[in-house]
Design a protein around this ligand. Sequence first.
Ligand code: SF4
Length: 439
Amino acid sequence: MKQRVERTASAPPVTDGDEIIEIRGLKKHFQSSTGLVDQLFGESTVVRAVDGVDLTIRNGETIAVVGESGCGKSTLAKTLLKLHEPTAGSITYRGTDLADLSQSEMRPFRREMQMILQDPLGSLNPSKTVGEIVTAPLEVHGIGSDSTDRRTRAVELLERVGLGADHFNRSPRQLSGGQQQRVGIARALAVEPEFLVADEPTSALDVSVQAKVLNLLDELTDEHGSAMLFIAHDLSTVRHIADRVAVMYLGEIVECAPVDELFDAPKHPYTKALLSAVPRINPTDRTERIRLDGTVPSPMDPPNGCRFHTRCHELVPPPEWTGTQEQFRRVFTFRTSVLSERIDVESLRTRASQHGEDVSTEETARLLLEEVYPGDPHDLPAETYEVVWSVSLALVENNEHDAKKMVRERFQTPCERNQPEHHYPTRDHLVRCHKHDGN
Ligand code: SF4
């Protein structure tokens, strides 16, 4: 049984009546058995692949969803098309909530909602010819007066995507990757859908054909007036195809804005990090690359508060903090190392002993700080340095409990306690970050 829709604390702005799809509080959780013991005892963990997404897609617009692998963007696309059953939330398509519809009730909507998959060959049935693949949706949806008419339409479509009648009787295996993806596009557009999902449609293609396939998709969606949800793992491919961009992190949308606004004035630290990796043609546009700590945490156990806080370079210090933001970020990285229990004190002690005969606790603690603290701890405000030093001594004295207690109590950020609300710096620009609280 599906849960009820959970409304977010600050609702999105009033929509303008031009929406084709509205998603509210959409969740898709999977049960996952993590090992043999779990399977034997029937225990499982919940994977929160999509965890409360609000998104509006307007007539004829292209909205790109970007984020690192595993952030939930493909699951979002499949849930939106009801290829996965939602765990909670609503998907309103032209006034009808699709979330509760059965697969047979979905049938009339399938024609209007098509998908282009990432792996072109994997998505084409190798036992069928190109012609059979493109005419199949026409038959299923009763388009065309007879098989001759459907063949004519299919050939026209193949020509439109840069193939032709001579490809009609070929097997998809005889085509290049770019040609296979063109067949996938022709198949999706055969029924003239109102809404198209393209899931990383160029990621399996050579760089030389990626731009051609993207331009083709752009042209054809414009021609048909179709709206498109375009999934991409980075921002470099989306600037020229998208009208708006939604940035996803660990199952949530953290920023969404018109494409130029997002590229020119990103608000969320994660968006800034993704953008810093996009190559710029103009050298004066180049910004320093922001390297994020670690990898995306597991969606089975997402961090509390802001899910990005374990990697964020703009972490908000507590009100009583007297140092700089950068110093706080370093101290927080130190805290993360202490809590991770990955500091090997014994090997540090062995290494310290190679420096001289007497290896005092202080000497080992100094080496620990050199190894684990990112930067020079002597730059810190005096009282903070005292804490960092005490933590280091406690670790060397095998008093891990006290070391953890100190870093937990003394180096707290509001980002780990409270989930950021939805903020709208402009009507069409959503950002979820505590730095924008009160704006
Ligand atoms: S809420 Fe805090 S941790 Fe999250 S993105 Fe904003 S500054 Fe970073």
